[in-house]
Write a protein that binds this ligand. Structure first.
Ligand SMILES: Cc1cc2nc3c(=O)[nH]c(=O)nc-3n(C[C@H](O)[C@H](O)[C@H](O)COP(=O)(O)OP(=O)(O)OC[C@H]3O[C@@H](n4cnc5c(N)ncnc54)[C@H](O)[C@@H]3O)c2cc1C
Length: 230
C-alpha cells in the first residue's frame, strides 16, 4: 500500500492514486533490462529510489530511479537475479501491466550548491550505475568520472549516455573493457585523489574495499557517500 504522505505532499498522494503502468521492458543484456513506467507527474531527486512490485503482490523491492528528473517516464535498471523473486517477475512484464510504486525516498543525492565548481567521482558495480545515470541526465554540466565495474564489456548498460572520456568500464572477466580488473584494482593502479566527493553504489564488498583504498588516498569520511544494494 502506498505510504501515507501529509501536508506538502498532497500533490504526490494524488498522483499515487493513478495507476502506474508499464510502457516497455527493454533488454540491455541477457539479464539486465530497463523498465519504463508511466510517471504520473511524480517528482523525485536524482539518486533516490522507489519501491516497486507487481500490482496486488505483497513483494516489493527498492530500485534506484534511472531516468532523469525532467524525463517524461520513470525508468529503473534491473538485473535479473537468479532465483530472485521480484527481479525475475519484473522482467516478464508487458506494456500496459499495472505496478505498485511507493514514492521516491533516500539521501543518495548530490549537493546542488557544489555542482557548478566541484568534481565528483562515481563508483558503481553492475546496476549500481542507475543513480549515476540519473545524476548525469539531470545535471548535464556535471564534472564527473564514472568507474563502472562489470564482468563483461557488453554489460555497459547504456554507456552511450555518458561522455566517453568520463566513463571507465572495468571488466573482471574479459579484456574488452577500458580496464581489465575490478574497480578496486583500477583505484589502486590509478589513484584518484583529486575529487571533492566520491559516491559509491552497488555491492557491499566492493563499496567497503573501495572506501578503504580511498582513505589511503586521503579521502575523509564526509567526502564519501554510499548506497548498498546487496
Ligand atoms: C536502495 C536500494 C536500491 C536498489 N536499486 C537497485 C537497482 O536500481 N537495480 C537493481 O537491479 N537492484 C537494485 N537493488 C536491489 C533490489 O532491491 C533487489 O534486492 C534485487 O532486485 C533482488 O530482488 P529479488 O526479489 O529478485 O531477489 P530476492 O528474492 O530478494 O533475493 C535476494 C538475493 O539476491 C541478491 N541480490 C540482490 N541484488 C542483487 C544483484 N543486483 N546482483 C546479484 N545478486 C543480488 C541478494 O544478496 C539476495 O541473496 C537496490 C537495493 C537497494 C537497497
Amino acid at each position: 500500500m502506498p505510504r501515507e504522505r501529509k501536508g506538502k505532499s498532497e500533490k504526490i498522494s494524488s498522483t499515487l492514486e493513478m495507476p502506474f503502468q508499464v510502457i516497455e521492458v527493454k533488454d540491455l543484456t541477457d539479464s539486465a533490462y530497463i523498465v519504463s513506467i508511466t510517471r504520473n507527474a511524480m517528482p523525485f531527486t536524482a539518486g533516490q529510489h522507489i519501491l516497486l512490485g507487481e500490482a496486488g503482490s505483497t513483494q516489493m523491492r527498492e530500485y534506484s530511479v534511472y531516468s532523469g528528473e525532467t524525463d517524461e517516464h520513470l525508468e529503473v535498471l534491473v538485473r535479473e537475479v537468479e532465483d530472485g523473486l521480484v527481479s525475475r517477475r519484473l522482467k516478464r512484464l508487458k506494456p500496459g501491466d499495472t505496478l505498485q510504486v511507493e514514492p521516491p525516498v533516500g539521501f543518495f543525492t548530490l549537493p546542488l550548491a557544489r555542482l557548478p565548481h566541484d568534481r565528483f567521482l562515481f563508483i558503481a558495480s553492475g546496476t549500481g550505475i542507475a543513480p549515476f545515470h540519473s545524476f548525469i541526465r539531470s545535471n548535464p554540466d556535471l564534472d564527473y568520472t564514472l568507474l563502472h565495474g562489470v564482468r563483461k564489456a557488453d554489460e555497459d548498460f547504456g554507456a552511450d549516455d555518458y561522455n566517453h572520456r568520463r566513463y571507465i568500464q572495468c571488466t573482471s572477466r574479459d579484456r574488452n573493457g577500458r580496464f581489465y580488473g575490478r574497480v578496486t584494482d583500477y583505484l589502486k593502479k590509478y589513484p584518484q585523489p583529486d575529487f571533492a566527493m566520491v559516491y559509491l553504489c552497488g555491492n557491499y564488498d566492493m563499496i567497503l574495499e573501495a572506501m578503504d583504498i580511498l582513505r589511503t588516498q586521503g579521502y575523509r569520511e564526509e567526502q564519501m557517500v554510499a548506497e548498498v544494494y546487496f
